[in-house]
Design a protein around this ligand. Structure first.
Ligand SMILES: CC(=O)N[C@H]1[C@@H](OP(=O)(O)OP(=O)(O)OC[C@H]2O[C@@H](n3ccc(=O)[nH]c3=O)[C@H](O)[C@@H]2O)O[C@H](CO)[C@@H](O)[C@@H]1O[C@H](C)C(=O)N[C@@H](C)C(=O)N[C@@H](CCC(=O)O)C(=O)O
Ligand SMILES: Nc1ncnc2c1ncn2[C@@H]1O[C@H](COP(=O)(O)OP(=O)(O)OP(=O)(O)O)[C@@H](O)[C@H]1O
Length: 453
């Protein structure tokens, strides 16, 4: 048989071939293929094997594994975005298909925009008779797997849960040494979940596959939900703030959200599905949903415990390629935004100590900050706060003697602020704690009081 060759535009179908879990080793296999091509196998490893599961937990683990199989397929589907989607080894109902199509169409929003593809109405999952009853309660023990990403957001959650006495395991996926260092710095229990992508994907990328951004947060969430079932714990906690629900407004296209799967719509759809279809007592939520990016930055500034460990710069988190020389590249939108968001809430020398330089006194960063401010440009496709948050933070610095002479702050005061409504530039309204969240009620009451302190 002639060897199958990846030819992006000739591929007709994307196949979910099968998924399986070996309880003796803790290794899950997620298997995909294009047409009759080679199997692409992604693995996820959960430490703590061998797992001995009663029937109810084993069935819930199977449901969580299938959910993961369906969501993680996005990495491979995107390489060719073929017309047909096939599920070879199990059937899904309309509820499951609707969730996965929501995640694919919205989570690939930036991918489609940048590649000039229209995925609306194109992504259709086959619906059949889904086996298994609705999710029972599993009697999961009260304990939170708290996702850590190495940046400020999850560290704010971890410290808030510590202050509230919530039992937690700091959890991350992949091999990032930066995340490991942050996790160990917490002094709490840690859990590192393994993940290896199918190697063919990197080859296909070199051979002309479509490529771009994927909804990695809901993918990480599905991995942690699977782990929570295996470990018998009742909470999976992420740290996605309110601002993540708002995308970039693109002329002639509308809103494109780089971080859709960090947004409220995804948290609700995924969290409700998990309780309906995986385990009714398994709670998935973002602890920071009620907060804006500026409110998160203000909370983060309250402790310097992680100043020498954390980074929000995504250049630290590539699977392939070199590790960056510094934790902060200083030229990407996340570096620009985190520097600006922290500046109003911590002494300037401390911030300069974290970044090693003053990004706001570097004229070369003008374009980057204009995009953050939505001045003559749209918000960058990155996990950054809303434009109004950046504008309010810059306006606050323009009133500070230690900041107002810096190049970009002075430019904002002279050229941009005069064109803005002063009422829109106040920080206080942006620090308000919202009520849109799905945090367990007893915890939410205590957290609200803690955040208001
Ligand atoms: C770290 C990063 O930004 N990676 C994006 C980058 O990938 P790159 O090619 O530079 O290198 P690698 O990260 O090593 O990935 C190699 C290829 O592997 C594919 N891939 C990787 C992980 C995965 O889960 N699925 C995959 O398909 C992909 O084809 C890579 O090229 O550029 C890629 C193409 O634009 C992005 O797909 C990579 O994005 C990662 C999946 C990633 O982890 N990105 C996060 C930093 C991220 O974007 N977080 C968002 C949350 C978005 C959300 O809605 O959840 C955020 O912080 O806002
Ligand atoms: N490798 C990972 N494993 C598990 N969870 C992760 C991983 N990377 C990010 N996350 C989680 O996904 C969510 C979004 O990631 P994000 O990078 O925005 O958060 P962060 O790193 O905590 O903060 P920052 O926005 O400052 O980078 C957070 O809850 C984060 O903990």
């Amino acid at each position: 048989m002639s060897e199958w060759k990846f030819n992006r535009d000739a591929i007709r179908a994307f196949r979910f071939v099968r998924c399986g879990f070996d309880a003796a080793t803790g290794v899950a296999q997620l298997v995909y293929a294009f047409d009759d091509g080679p199997e692409m196998i992604e693995t996820v490893t959960v430490p703590g094997a061998p797992f001995v599961l009663d029937d109810a937990r084993a069935q819930a683990a199977e449901r969580a594994l299938r959910l993961l199989h369906l969501i993680a397929g996005v990495s491979y589907y995107k390489a060719a975005v073929p017309e047909e989607i096939r599920i070879d080894s199990y059937a899904i109902g309309a509820d499951t298909a609707a969730l996965i199509e929501l995640i694919y169409v919205n989570g690939l929003g930036e991918f489609a925009y940048r590649n000039g593809l229209n995925l609306h109405g194109k992504i259709r999952f086959p619906v059949g008779q889904e086996a298994g009853a609705k999710a029972p309660a599993l009697g999961l023990r009260e304990h939170a797997l708290v996702a850590i990403g190495g940046g400020k957001d999850s560290l704010v959650s971890i410290e808030a849960l510590r202050a509230l006495g919530v039992e937690q395991t700091v959890t991350w996926i992949g091999g990032s040494q930066l995340i490991r260092a942050c996790a160990e710095r917490t002094g709490l229990a840690t859990l590192n979940l393994g993940r290896t992508l199918a190697p063919q994907l990197f080859d296909y990328n070199r051979e002309g596959a479509w490529n771009g951004h994927i909804p990695v947060t809901v993918l990480n969430s599905a991995i942690m939900v699977f782990a929570a079932v295996l470990l018998g714990v009742d909470q999976v906690v992420f740290s996605n703030e309110r601002s993540a629900s708002y995308g970039s407004l693109i002329e002639g296209t509308g809103e494109v959200n780089h971080q859709w799967s960090k947004g409220w719509a995804c948290e609700q759809a995924f969290g409700e599905y998990v309780q309906r279809e995986v385990a009714s007592d398994l709670h998935y939520y973002s602890l920071l949903r009620p907060l804006s990016e500026l409110a998160v930055a203000r909370q983060f500034a309250k402790t310097d415990r992680y100043d020498s460990h954390f980074s929000s710069c995504n250049r630290n988190f590539h699977i392939l390629g070199e590790r960056p020389a510094s934790r902060w590249c200083g030229v990407c939108p996340k570096c620009h935004f985190v520097f600006l968001a922290l500046a109003p809430f911590m002494p300037k020398p401390r911030l300069m100590g974290i970044f090693g330089r003053n990004l706001l006194d570097d004229p070369a960063q003008t374009g980057g900050y204009d995009a953050l401010l939505e001045f003559q440009d749209h918000k960058p496709f990155e996990c950054v706060g809303e434009g109004r948050e950046s504008r309010a933070a810059m306006a606050a610095l323009a009133e500070r003697p230690e900041w107002r002479e810096d190049a970009l702050v002075k430019r904002f005061a002279r050229e941009i602020r005069p064109q803005l409504d002063a009422a829109e530039l106040r920080i206080e309204p942006l620090l308000a704690i919202d009520d849109e969240q799905r945090i367990p009620p007893a915890l939410w009451t205590r957290l609200r009081a803690h955040l208001a302190a």
